[in-house]
Write a protein that binds this ligand. Structure first.
Ligand code: SER
Length: 320
């Protein structure tokens, strides 16, 4: 059984990916790591404090647990990266390079690294952006993701590192909160709707963005990592798509189930980031190469969240 290390495991994707991998691989085989305290969403299993910029400590964890697979998720998201560009460049680049160098030197089996729709800029086709569209981002985060994709392709070609990547759209889940992204509004909106609070949206009502429910995001990472290496024809990063909607459309989907829900629009600096990204994505190569297919559309996602989130809120309120 492979021993798996997840960096950034306490983040929005990391929490749910850790829990899912622990179910499939056995808790003791999945080592969660982060620079914050472990949260209950991770489930039972080993946890290590790890700053991915600390190469010595990173290697120590790899050796101590005999790790052969890394899901390297530690990074700054788009809105935070605009505010802290130096840190974003250091964390997003050096963290990835540490991972790739360790994989190369210790001959690890496989690496997963998330890229993003943020690799695209205003000159990319807006609707159903194809895999091969130009990648000229106008955000710091996007620049780190384009450079990261090129490093992945380079380490694969030059050193045979089996690194695989997905260009995630905005990820929506109800268990762990995102932090510092442009698509975070689509998570917060459900919490405000259930708290019967008027929701102030930081994007314009008609700002369409590609999005994906967390179950699909986790499934995509696991499916990609389980595919035979020869099926992976793209070593920068795969476009993947699930749904695309505007704030007005997600609000309408909530209003169908919570008629009193109210939203207002107060766009801020994140509007400019959203405008530079595609409205929707074409993911034909992912579908052809490793049979990618999403399971959730907007309505199914809203049903699932509104069904499960109230119990979680109640549990949190009761916990000390
Ligand atoms: N959800 C991310 C962000 O908004 C996009 O990759 O930063």
């Amino acid at each position: 059984m492979n021993k798996i290390l997840i960096t950034g495991a306490c983040g929005q994707l990391g929490s749910e990916l850790t829990a899912a991998l622990r179910k499939v691989q056995g808790s003791e085989n999945v080592i969660a790591s982060d620079i914050t305290e472990p949260n209950p969403n991770l489930g039972e299993g080993p946890f290590e404090y790890l700053d991915v910029l600390d190469r010595t400590r990173f290697e120590e964890v790899i050796e101590n647990y005999n790790i052969s697979v890394i899901f390297h998720l530690a990074a700054l998201l788009s809105a935070n990266a605009e505010k802290k560009s130096d840190l974003a460049w250091r964390l997003n680049m050096d963290g990835l390079l540490n991972t790739l160098n360790i994989a190369r030197e210790k001959q690890l089996k496989k690496i997963f690294w998330p890229s993003s729709i943020a690799v695209f800029g205003p000159d990319a086709q807006k609707i159903k952006t194809p895999q091969g569209s130009p990648c000229n981002p106008t955000t710091v985060y996007g620049i780190t993701k384009v450079a990261g994709e090129q490093w992945c392709a380079y380490y694969h070609k030059k050193f045979g590192v089996d690194v695989r990547s997905l260009r995630y759209p905005g990820l929506i889940g109800y268990k762990a909160m995102p932090g510092g992204g442009t698509t975070d509004y689509a998570v917060d909106i459900y919490h405000k709707a259930l708290a019967v609070e008027r929701f102030s949206c930081f994007l314009e009502k008609d700002s369409a963005l590609p999005m994906m429910y967390m179950d699909d995001a986790v499934k995509a990472a696991i499916d990609l990592m389980q595919s035979p290496s020869e099926k992976i024809t793209i070593r920068t990063s795969y476009n993947i798509s699930a749904v695309s909607f505007t704030p007005e459309q997600i609000a309408a989907s909530i209003k169908k189930r919570i008629p009193d829900f109210e939203i207002e629009y107060e766009p801020d600096y994140r509007q400019e980031i959203a405008e530079s990204w595609p409205d929707s994505i074409d993911d034909t190569p992912a579908r052809n190469d490793w049979n990618w297919a999403p399971q959730y559309d907007l309505e199914r996602m809203t049903d699932d969240i509104l069904e499960n989130l109230p119990a979680l809120i109640q549990k949190d309120a009761l916990s000390p």
